[in-house]
Every structure is written in structure tokens, then in C-alpha cells.
Design a binder for this molecule. Structure first.
Ligand SMILES: Nc1ncnc2c1ncn2[C@@H]1O[C@H](COP(=O)(O)OP(=O)(O)O)[C@@H](O)[C@H]1O
Ligand SMILES: [Mg+2]
Length: 228
């Protein structure tokens, strides 16, 4: 379970990015985080990945207290979370296969397991045929799917995607969203940050709206919501 309690984030230059956020996300939930540019969405995800620390309030993820977490525990904590960054962060001189495998190598997984898992996650995102290609030979949507495969590789229970449909056309956006729903159905907590309201409405999932650093609405969609 993820629990933000009255979370404030003020950057060093004085910008108040989050101004008292209360938000609870249960295990296995699918949540859209929406809001205008500058609302504080990416800040929220950076607090969860512990790239940034909160200024005030409390933030816990399962047994981890992100405020009082010692530095040495951060790499261990991060295995709980698979992140798809807004800018993909793929390594240009590594193939699709290597980009995904790398995520597992750095946590010391055995070779045989890496091989098996990378094949499986590339299958999931529909890129198995592109495994030996380099990122610059892929479309934006395909690069996004590599980033998603990498986020899945370590079997993290929570997947966070920040603007996964950022620079791709509407049809590809829908594909990526469908993939995230498919991943959610495999029992993962999925948090999707987006500013595409139309796309969000289509899926009828929980939608948390952030405006000027506060949660202004939190609603659960209707007919396609499988949580009954
Ligand atoms: N590293 C930073 N230093 C100072 N201000 C920042 C930093 N990152 C983000 N901000 C500011 O915090 C606010 C929220 O940003 P962000 O969380 O990126 O919003 P969103 O992802 O919703 O567009 C914005 O005003 C932004 O300019
Ligand atoms: Mg952002």
C-alpha cells in the first residue's frame, strides 16, 4: 500500500510542487493521475522512486518509510517499483534485449533467468522480433514499450508510468494504455500519469486529479472497472 499523508514538496528554489497531498493506493489498484502541466504529477512519481524527498508530511510504501529510509536501503526499495520515465531513458548503444537485460544484471540476477525473463517481457510488449535492434531504430511508441519491458523485468509489484503516451499518436497511445491494463490484470499496482483526459475517460478506472499541488478530485470509473 502506498500512503501519502499531507505531503508537501518544496524545491530548493522555493517552488511549492506539492502542497499537502493525501492519497492512498491499495495493492493491485490501477490509478490514473491527471492534471495540467506543472500541477505536480512528476514530482509525485519522483517522491515514490525516491529521486526526491518530501519536505513535510509522511510517505510510506508497504513497510518502507520513505522519509526515514537510510541511503543504503534505497536500491533495495527500488526493486519494488518499475518506472517508465517520461523520456524513456534507454541506453542508445545497447540493443532492445540488452536494455532490458541490463535492469536485471545490475541487481545481480543469474544469466539463465535474465534470458528467460527478457524473452517473456518482450513478448508481453510485442517486441520480441525487435530484440536485436537499437533504440534509434525504433518509433517513439516502440521505445516506450522497451521502457515498459524494462520496468517489468524485475517483477516489481508496482509499475509507474509518467506520461507514457507523451509523444506518440492516439492509436499508439491506446495500445500502450491497453498494455498497462493488461499488466494491471497480472496483479500489479499500476500508476499512470497523463494529461490526456479523453484517453483516461475511455478506461473507466480510478482517476486522481492534481491541481496546483493538491488532489482536487478522486473518482472511480464505472462499467469497465473490474474491482467489484
Ligand atoms: N527540480 C526542480 N526544481 C525546481 N522546481 C521544480 C523542479 N521540478 C519541478 N519543479 C516545479 O514544480 C512544479 C511541479 O512540476 P512537475 O511535478 O514536474 O509537474 P507536472 O509533472 O505535473 O507537469 C512546477 O512548477 C515545476 O516547474
Ligand atoms: Mg511531468
Amino acid at each position: 500500500m502506498i500512503e501519502f499523508k499531507n505531503v508537501k514538496k518544496i524545491y530548493d528554489n522555493g517552488t511549492v510542487a506539492l502542497d499537502g497531498v493525501d492519497l492512498t493506493i491499495e495493492d493491485g489498484e490501477f490509478v490514473f493521475i491527471v492534471g495540467a502541466s506543472g500541477a505536480g504529477k512528476s514530482t509525485l512519481t519522483k517522491l515514490l522512486t525516491r529521486e526526491e524527498t518530501i519536505t513535510d508530511g509522511s510517505l510510506t510504501v508497504d513497510e518502507f518509510d520513505l522519509v526515514n529510509m537510510p541511503e543504503r536501503k534505497i536500491p533495495y526499495y527500488r526493486r519494488r517499483i518499475g518506472v517508465v520515465f517520461q523520456d524513456f531513458r534507454l541506453i542508445p548503444d545497447m540493443t532492445v534485449y540488452e536494455n532490458v537485460a541490463f535492469a536485471m544484471e545490475i541487481v545481480g540476477e543469474p544469466k539463465a533467468k535474465i534470458k528467460r525473463t527478457v524473452g517473456k517481457v518482450l513478448e508481453t510488449v510485442g517486441l520480441i522480433d525487435k530484440r536485436n535492434v537499437f533504440p534509434n531504430q525504433l518509433s517513439g511508441g516502440e521505445q516506450q514499450r522497451v521502457a515498459l519491458a524494462r520496468a517489468l523485468a524485475n517483477n516489481a509489484k508496482t509499475i509507474i508510468a509518467d506520461e507514457p503516451t507523451g509523444n506518440i499518436d492516439p492509436r499508439r497511445s491506446l495500445e500502450i494504455m491497453n498494455l498497462l491494463i493488461k499488466i494491471h490484470k497480472k496483479n500489479k499496482t499500476v500508476i499512470v500519469v497523463t494529461h490526456e483526459k479523453q484517453l483516461v475517460d475511455y478506461f473507466h478506472q480510478r482517476v486522481v486529479t492534481i491541481e496546483n499541488g493538491v488532489v482536487t478530485s478522486d473518482r472511480v470509473g464505472g462499467m469497465f472497472n473490474e474491482k467489484v
